[in-house]
Design a protein around this ligand. Sequence first.
Ligand code: GAP
Length: 501
Amino acid sequence: MANETNNFAEIISHCKEYGYIFQSSELYDGLAAVYDYGQMGAQLKKNLRDAWWKSMTQLNENSIVGIDAAIFMHPTVWKASGHVDSFSDPMIDNKDSNKRYRVDHLIEGFAEELLAISKEQLAIGNVQLAEEKEKLANDVLAKMDLLIAATDYAGLKMLIEENKIKCGISKTCNWTEIREFNLMFNTKIGALAEEADTIYLRPETAQGIFVNFLNVQKSGRMKIPFGIAQTGKAFRNEIVARQFIFRMREFEQMEMQFFIRPGTQKEWYNYWKDERKKWHESIGIPAEKLRFHDHVKLAHYADAALDIEFEFPFGWKELEGIHSRTDFDLTQHATFSKKKIQYFDNDLNEEGKPYGNYTPYVLETSVGLDRLFLTVLSLAYQNENWKKEDGTDDSRVVLKIPAKLAPTKLAILPLLKKDGLPEIAKELLESCKQSFHCFYEEKDAIGKRYRRMDAIGTPFCVTIDHQTKEDNTVTIRYRDDMRQERIALNDVKSLVDSLVN
Ligand code: GAP
């Protein structure tokens, strides 16, 4: 292709135009940072969820089982987990615009502006100024990391003031002190509000796994090391909700807690770090678009943590977290529930080690399904244009979603709506639809239909024409390189099946 672009604003409007993602409650002007998945998006999301679930609970070399815990949980769960006291972000308000910012986002935004200026200056040959701006951006980010790690809010405020970081709306530096805001949504349970308890919408799915540790271990006769996997909605009252489905207030997580012997956490941390990166590559994310980022400030439950970052159209950002959660959560739940949560390790006794009963340590892998969706879409979206053989221009917008993940696998297209072609096409549809998702379309010129299938990401199109009636062959067209070939009608199902499964 002569030219390819991949623009974030284009991706967002493409998602709406082709039924991938809509703004929630758009009819009422929308709800910030909440999105609905449309007919194509819901299927892609399901395919991603299924791929993760299968890799965890069916294909993994370790013993991992899946559960589906409720979103509502006893309020003490969140006291025990530390979320009531510690699940907060440092925020700062601009007194003139009343706009609230997450402190790290405000400073990162400033650094991004400096880097953009640096790039512009480099482009026009002002090397010295470009280098100065780049150095300043890196210094500010490095200082911010240290101050955040030390929970030094006075230092962070000073960093904002020294660099004259302005509010994007009022353009002033008139800031409040930095304060902590809890990110959990709460609601009431029970018919009578005054009798009801406050409960929280879960901010992570992990706690549903911890409180079921003994249930699963005992009922499944699980032996350590083993994992419990879960997918489901999580809710966070994100103050700064930006970048489309990257940071939402209602989102979906795919989490796995791996229960291990104390003292083996470093080994398992390295294992899962590599395993999860390999999994992302296995679903088609190029290795050079992924990197590890070690956490500077650890969450209240972790003794080591890193992000697997992806290079989104707006920069390198967290896609998945790997956390060594120690025995923090199980110990906290044991303390708050006053129940014993321990594991009796027969193998340890057999190995002649001094103890058999212990609180397992936990290695967590946690990926946002919506972020994974955005990752796949931003890699897939291509705006291609090229010169045809006769010298004229041509173009298309195509979603090159890997065939295994694509929402619709095969488009079945009778060339004309007559001469018995739709009948043959419908017979093919009947024979394929049990095995994979098909799309049937008989309207419009064939070229137009191909372009529409490109835009929704259908990897294969099959056209039934008059020759089909003579020799039982059809044209199969491949989305990625637009190649076409003639194959036997009877081979369509097995060919597509082998390419999508
Ligand atoms: N149980 C650990 C945990 O929740 P986290 O790093 O806060 O850790 C894990 O979240 C993953 O959930 C992130 O890597 C990200 O993919 C996703 N995630 C977190 N907050 C999100 C949000 N507001 N919108 C979309 N995805 C989010």
